[in-house]
Design a protein around this ligand. Structure first.
Ligand code: DGL
Length: 286
């Protein structure tokens, strides 16, 4: 028997564990949906030096795998770098699969900054992309954006869940990188020319929010896109008549796959989403 269309799962994909920050928001917004999460940790990071063609190939291969193995009804590309490099090609190649991308929250930042000075942290792949440059241009009329590519930061966040790096050493590395890159942006605060808003333009950086908060101070707004992407996913599914049946009282299930270390995904899923180790599986050749 084939699965009723709306009962199919939603696919969520990232270069690694960063997209779990988007999955958190999706689960909150759509508690009745089933999710299949794909962490391409074996190939992470995408954003430092992998290049656009590689990211496009991985994005398409993963979308096809999720569709053939799990018959997903939509795909959330929970990765700014992959969205910038590949979402247009993905939509062209798989036109019948709704694809929801993420992009750094420049628009909300421009709307809410009082000093009109905003800091943006993202991967080099995102910062150098045409898509990001267009976004920047579209919102720079009344706002000054200081933009910093953060080589090594997504990798350090991945490593914080891997074995055998000692936890304290990896936490120290994340703190040092955050201090370096937030410092390079300039001064945060509420005086003229100070940045009162910080945009996290990479889904991994949400997991370094505490470190960044300690650096920029308690009154600076830190924006990510998880909740907005979750609302957009709901809108698209509703419009297509594909929302799961909310009359069914059981919460949706979550299955997670990684091309990297199984223990790393298990520890991240446990730490950030309170999911059991059995919900995770390692893939050798997806
Ligand atoms: N989490 C990804 C993003 O939002 C990419 C991190 C990486 O692999 O470089 O950009």
């Amino acid at each position: 028997m084939t699965e009723p269309s709306a009962a199919r799962p939603i696919g969520v994909f990232d270069s690694g564990i960063g997209g779990l920050s988007v999955l958190q928001a999706l689960r909150h917004e759509l508690p009745h949906e089933d999710f299949v999460y794909f962490a391409d940790s074996g190939n992470a990071p995408y954003g430092d030096a992998k290049g656009e063609v590689f990211v496009q190939q991985r994005t398409l291969a993963i979308a096809r795998w999720l569709r053939s193995r799990h018959d997903i009804k939509a795909l959330v590309v929970a990765c700014n770098t992959a969205t910038a490099a590949a979402v247009e090609q993905l939509r062209a190649d798989l036109p019948d699969l709704p694809a929801i991308g993420v992009e750094p929250a420049l628009k909300p930042a421009a709307a809410c900054s009082q000093t009109h000075h905003v800091g943006v942290l993202a991967t080099r792949g995102t910062v150098d992309s045409m898509r990001f440059q267009r976004l920047l241009q579209a919102h720079s009329a009344h706002t000054h954006f200081a933009v910093q590519a953060c080589d090594g930061l997504a990798r350090a966040i991945e490593q914080s869940t891997e074995e055998p790096l000692p936890a304290t050493e990896s936490a120290e590395r994340i703190r040092a990188l955050c201090a370096h890159y937030a410092g390079a942006l300039g001064r945060f605060g509420h005086k003229t020319n100070e940045m009162d808003t910080l945009v996290l333009g990479c889904t991994h950086y949400v997991f370094a929010k505490d470190e960044l908060r300690a650096l920029v101070g308690p009154d600076v707004q830190i924006l990510d896109t998880g909740a907005a992407v979750a609302r957009q996913t709901r809108r698209i599914l509703a419009q297509d008549g594909e929302l799961a049946d909310v009359q069914v009282e059981v919460p949706g299930g979550i299955r997670l796959y990684t091309t990297g270390q199984l223990v790393a995904l298990q520890s991240a899923a446990e730490r950030w989403l309170q999911l059991p180790a059995e919900s995770c599986e390692a893939l050798n050749n997806a």
